[in-house]
Design a protein around this ligand. Structure first.
Ligand code: FEO
Length: 169
């Protein structure tokens, strides 16, 4: 069954939001790299790859449903932050906003009685729980670390261990 115009529209908006997220995380990764925080930069670059994969999962799905992908311009993202704590607080806040957007997609799909899209979106609902929890954990750890440069460098080293695994497939 071909995707309905309203579901196609809300998923196209979500594609733009996922690419915007990718762009924002790349900007955050660049900023961390320039501060000498290579582990945080690595973590955020993995996040950048994840967001691209989230967008592409929607792209593939719209095609599977004989719909049309309409890529829109990506708005500018912030380029500087006061501290790495602020970077991670913004990450957490942003993921909460993305969760709301995904819930809105679910509402539109449910209104259309589009079971397939509701099913697809469940993957994103689950993913958002993890996205929020990951960011929240780092914020909590950074608050413990406080002003300790030594502890921050140790934690930065831990974050070098994250690698990208495409979980959308
Ligand atoms: Fe695609 Fe971070 O949500």
């Amino acid at each position: 069954m071909k995707i309905s115009p309203s579901v196609q529209d809300v998923l196209n908006k979500q594609i733009n939001a996922e690419f915007w997220s990718a762009y924002m995380y790349l900007a955050m990764a660049n900023w961390c790299e320039e501060q000498g925080l290579r582990g945080f930069a690595n973590w955020l670059r993995v996040q950048y790859h994840e967001e691209n994969s989230h967008a592409l999962k929607f792209v593939n799905y719209i095609h599977e449903r004989q719909g049309e992908v309409k890529l829109q311009p990506i708005e500018a993202v912030p380029l500087t932050w006061k501290s790495v704590l602020e970077v991670m607080e913004k990450t957490y806040e942003h993921e909460c906003k993305v969760t709301e957007m995904i819930y809105n997609c679910v509402n539109v799909a449910e209104a259309e009685k589009d079971r397939a899209t509701v099913n697809l979106l469940q993957w994103y609902v689950d993913e958002q729980v993890e996205e929020e929890a990951n960011a929240d954990e780092i914020v909590t750890n950074l608050r413990f670390i406080g002003e300790s440069k030594g502890a921050l460098m140790q934690y930065d080293h831990v974050l070098k261990g994250r690698s990208f695994k495409d979980e959308t497939k």
